[in-house]
Design a binder for this molecule. Structure first.
Ligand code: NI
Length: 156
């Protein structure tokens, strides 16, 4: 496993529409392992492959100590409910946060690292995270959707 460099706003990788994963092979497993390490080291809740310069539809989300890491390959949001406006940030937009309106609940259909299809429903933070990370796969950063974006002070 290895830590990969996180691309920051202005990098062309973050503007591209990513391609679907076709092979569920060791290269994909290495990418997922590296993305997990990179996200955890950076204290992120989620990370999408284009953020480490890989233009494929791959996402990892940290569901917390009990539930571990959610891996989404070729995710598609199939259902959303409600709407909540709250603060979010992005590892690719360091030092900033913004107010973004997202669904309260989001169900995603995806594949695991071995190519098995499954569905996952996230609420609140995890619904927000699923939508934020899936946007990355289409080259969209939250700052394009935010009502407002502000600088974080050092203490935050
Ligand atoms: Ni992000």
């Amino acid at each position: 496993m290895a830590i990969r460099k996180i691309r920051e706003i202005g990098d062309s990788c973050l503007k591209k529409k990513c391609r679907e994963v076709e092979k569920f092979d060791s290269k994909l497993h290495d990418l997922l392992d590296d993305m997990q390490d990179t996200m955890l080291l950076a204290n992120g809740v989620g990370l999408a492959a284009p953020q480490v310069g890989i233009l494929r539809r791959v996402v990892v989300i940290d569901l917390g100590e009990e539930d571990g890491i959610l891996e989404l390959v070729n995710p598609v949001i199939i259902h959303t409910e409600g709407s909540v406006t709250d603060t979010e940030g992005c590892l690719s937009v360091p030092g900033k946060a913004g107010e973004v309106t997202r669904p309260k609940k989001a169900t995603v259909r995806a594949f695991d690292r071995d190519g098995n299809e499954f569905e996952f429903t996230g609420e609140d933070l995890y619904a927000r995270c699923i939508c934020h990370e899936c946007d990355h796969l289409d080259g969209i950063l939250y700052v394009e959707k935010a009502d407002s974006v502000f600088e974080l002070s050092k203490e935050e």
